[in-house]
Design a protein around this ligand. Structure first.
Ligand code: BG6
Length: 482
């Protein structure tokens, strides 16, 4: 009676995902302004700056800023896109650098050279039938807006962002049909400088400011959805969540409640973007924590009327937590938010929990909650690679990680989850957002560049390159064989 789903959808968007600052380089070329992520050095200060504890308004002598050259995609995009096409990519996710388009963020006219660059990249992708998937804001805020307006603390950001998004939709309306507003919007609560261009002053009420900034981003996101729907009616625009299911450490109900609280800290943002209103649990949290959001007349209607078309999310790892402070001490790293060590699971070289089944669980949970198509826009294994003398990289560990995750995505599809695409993170090695390192590699394509910026930037295909090519060529059918 009920037919088995036995394949990935025919038009499934296989591809890879990147972010402007992690690949482009050319950080002040052709009129581009500085953005927050251009001012994240490698080394111990990186994290403090990312968290908004230290200001960073201009490059400082003696510091190394890996994004300034990154992997020089700005000048090498044609060569890179040839390689993506060879793998059979159906889509490529990239972000637009806000400061290439509006160097100061509050300029009245856009920078034509910046607009032209993305036009050229989109044309090149479309030449190979690769659908561009565009993140409007992937962790970057023009520094002028940080310095003179306080970043997303300030309501004026909503207007600047609206001007920026409308320029993009009008300019690329024929070329881009998949959009996303803020990358991992929930990161703002953990890395305020990266997520919202926020640097804290000593005396400021941090929590109040963070949630106010979140409200501004939510309104800006809804206005972007509105503009996108008006200007490009046949496009889809989504939100983007740093996801990863969470497990209670034990069957103690207190542990399960802890999980729920932890997940809701992120979910409330997507609840607003997808369902159009603040959930009751968020209102209670604000009330009980003395957070008074400044909500302008009309904001709630904007949120209600302009909800997203799909849920974009990253999944690298699952998490585990406990209500017991002793258990909490046994911690391991993760994509910003770490986790209690899960005794059932292994971790990557960077301590991120590896949990393929968690991918299936996450897909099911998100679909149950939102009942909207899902787009897996980041996933992958950051690992150290060894370039062999015969110019290859035997990255079987990466293949194994991806293989096990693809098998679970296939299960989720059989569970009835509507998944429209999958873009693995960093299909070509790029600068790590968390550490600024090059040696934390995700790619199918190796880039000859080291942590200190040395290297020829030469591109080399890894073993996983051919493996992924084969998966795409078969539209993942291997995961449906009995
Ligand atoms: C996500 C970000 O949080 O994880 C990416 O959207 C980032 O920008 C990716 O690069 C992987 O994290 P990392 O720290 O390994 O680069």
């Amino acid at each position: 009676m009920f037919q088995k789903i036995n394949r990935f959808p025919d038009n499934f968007l296989w591809g890879g995902a990147t972010a402007a600052n992690q690949i482009e380089g050319a950080y002040i070329a052709d009129g581009k302004g500085l953005t927050t992520v251009d001012l994240l050095p490698t080394g111990p200060k990186r994290n403090e700056i990312a968290m908004g504890k230290l200001d960073s308004y201009k490059p400082k002598e003696g510091e190394f800023y890996p994004s300034h050259q990154a992997i020089d995609f700005y000048h090498r995009y044609k060569e890179d896109i040839v390689l993506f096409a060879e793998m059979g990519f159906k889509c490529f996710r990239l972000s637009i650098s806000w400061a290439r388009i509006f160097p100061n963020g509050n300029d009245l006219e856009p920078n034509e050279a910046g607009l032209q660059f993305y036009d050229d990249v989109f044309d090149e992708l479309l030449k190979y039938n690769i659908e561009p998937v565009v993140t409007i804001c992937h962790f970057d805020v023009p520094v002028n807006l940080v310095k003179n307006y306080g970043g997303w603390k300030n309501r004026k950001m909503v207007d600047f962002f609206e001007r920026y998004t409308k320029i993009l939709f009008n300019r690329y309306n024929k070329k881009v049909k998949y959009w996303m507003t803020f990358n991992e919007i929930n990161m703002l609560l953990h890395l305020p400088y990266i997520g919202a261009g926020i640097v804290f002053e000593e005396e400021e009420n941090k929590e109040q400011l963070l949630y106010q900034a979140a409200h501004h981003e939510l309104v800006a996101s809804a206005l972007a959805v509105k503009a996108c729907h008006e200007i490009i009616p046949d496009a889809m625009i989504g939100c983007m969540l740093a996801a990863g299911c969470a497990y209670p450490y034990s069957s103690n109900p207190d542990d399960t409640w802890k999980v729920m609280e932890m997940e809701r800290e992120s979910y409330f943002l997507i609840d607003v973007q997808s369902k159009g209103e603040y959930p009751g649990y968020a209102k209670r949290f604000f009330r009980e924590n003395g957070i008074e959001l400044q909500i302008e007349a009309g904001d709630l209607d904007i949120l209600k009327q302009h909800t997203v078309d799909y849920i974009g999310f990253s999944y690298y790892a699952s998490r585990c937590t406990s209500a017991d402070p002793e258990i909490l001490k046994n911690f391991t790293d993760g994509n910003i938010f770490g986790s209690v060590v899960n005794p059932y699971l292994e971790t990557s070289e960077w301590g991120w929990t590896i949990d393929p089944k968690g991918m299936r669980i996450t897909c099911n949970q998100l679909y149950d909650r939102y009942e909207k198509p899902l787009f897996i826009v980041e996933n992958g294994l950051g690992a150290q690679d060894i370039l062999l003398e015969n110019d290859t990289v035997e990255d079987d560990y990466r293949i194994d990680y991806l293989d096990r995750h693809f098998a679970e995505i296939a299960e989720a599809i059989q569970d009835g989850v509507d998944i429209i695409g999958y873009t693995s993170w960093g299909p070509i090695d790029l600068v790590s957002n968390g550490t600024g390192q090059m040696k934390k590699r995700y790619g199918y394509i190796y880039v000859d560049r080291n942590n200190d910026g040395s290297g020829t930037l030469r591109r080399i295909k890894k073993k996983s390159f051919y493996w992924y090519k084969n998966i795409i060529a078969n539209n993942g059918n291997q995961y449906f064989q009995e």
